[in-house]
Write a protein that binds this ligand. Structure first.
Ligand code: NAP
Ligand code: GCO
Length: 265
């Protein structure tokens, strides 16, 4: 096998919201495959922490403050990256939020905010990088989707609507820009241990497992939560020449959740 198929040498990768968590793990794997890493976060403090965390791994990452929901700020960020680092070859739309609120209790403002970060922002950032990718002759866009791109559950209506929409945005970018050698695919992580899911894993006051924690283990054939590092290999694959004819696909990295009815009681 030609190992260069999976190398990202000479490529510039922008991973949004990647100071920690899944974005950080994906960016780290891409750096190990040879890519130059650029990331953003909303606060300077987080960007500084991120740069230090990458440095600890021996990675010289370029960090910028930018709210991905702000179109002008995103356009300015992309221009700055092009001037200071180079044209973005790989975009990972990773930044995301969740609000766990029963639907009838959720305000329209909260619903819109989730849609804004989880769906509108990937549109805004993708739109900002595609013209330079076309000019350069190609590029890779990876949208971080979710189990909720396929499934619903109590309290996550806005998140599920956004991640379901992101699946279709992925397919549409692939449909519209595949002719320019741009591949746009999604990764649908299962339940991954990060600050976003920490409230679902907190032990009970008596020391027993959180009921949601037990529920996830019973739903996951792998019988464990995912680790952010589990997303590294799939992300490198979708960013590399190995996936040049893979387009509009959602790669679920879920320990088997979507294949399984769940452990019988
Ligand atoms: P996380 O730990 O909450 O990290 C998300 C990152 O995005 C944070 O650094 C956050 O910054 C940043 N961010 C949020 N809003 C932003 C904005 N408007 N502009 C720029 N950055 C922003 O989440 P994660 O668990 O690593 O999740 C990463 C992605 O994977 C998300 O899209 C999430 O929906 C998705 N996902 C997660 C799981 C899971 O089980 N953890 C499963 C499936 C999909 P702040 O800290 O300042 O908010
Ligand atoms: C929740 C979770 C999920 C996960 C993830 C699953 O409350 O159900 O936070 O939505 O984070 O997106 O793939």
């Amino acid at each position: 096998m030609n190992e260069n198929l999976f190398r990202l040498d000479g490529k510039v990768a922008l991973v949004t919201g990647a100071s920690y968590g899944i974005g950080f793990a994906i960016a780290t794997a891409m750096a190990e495959a040879g890519a130059t890493i650029v990331f953003n976060d909303i606060k300077q403090e987080l960007v500084d922490k991120g740069i230090a965390a990458y440095a600890e791994q021996g990675i010289k990452a370029h960090g910028y403050v930018c709210d991905v929901t702000d179109e002008d700020a995103v356009n300015a960020l992309v221009a700055k990256i092009e001037a200071e680092v180079g044209v973005i070859d790989i975009l990972v739309n990773n930044a995301g939020i969740i609000k766990r609120i029963p639907m009838v209790e959720m305000s329209a403002k909260d619903f819109r905010q989730v849609i804004d970060v989880d769906l509108n922002a990937p549109f805004i950032v993708s739109k900002a990088v595609i013209p330079a990718m076309i000019k350069k002759g190609g590029g890779k866009i990876i949208n971080i989707c979710s189990m909720m791109s396929e499934l619903g559950r109590e309290t996550v209506s806005a998140y599920a609507a956004a991640k379901g929409g992101l699946k279709m945005l992925t397919r549409n970018i692939a449909s519209e820009y595949g002719q320019y050698n741009i591949q746009c695919n999604g990764i649908g992580p299962g339940y991954i241990a990060t600050p976003q899911t920490a409230p679902l894993q907190e032990p009970q006051p008596d020391g027993s497992k959180h009921p949601f924690d037990q529920f996830i283990l019973a739903k996951t054939p792998a019988n464990r939560w995912g680790d952010p590092a589990d997303l590294g290999g799939p992300a490198v694959f979708l960013a590399s020449p190995a996936s040049d004819f893979v387009n509009g696909h959602i790669l679920y990295v879920d320990g088997g959740i979507l294949a399984y009815i769940g452990k019988q009681p």
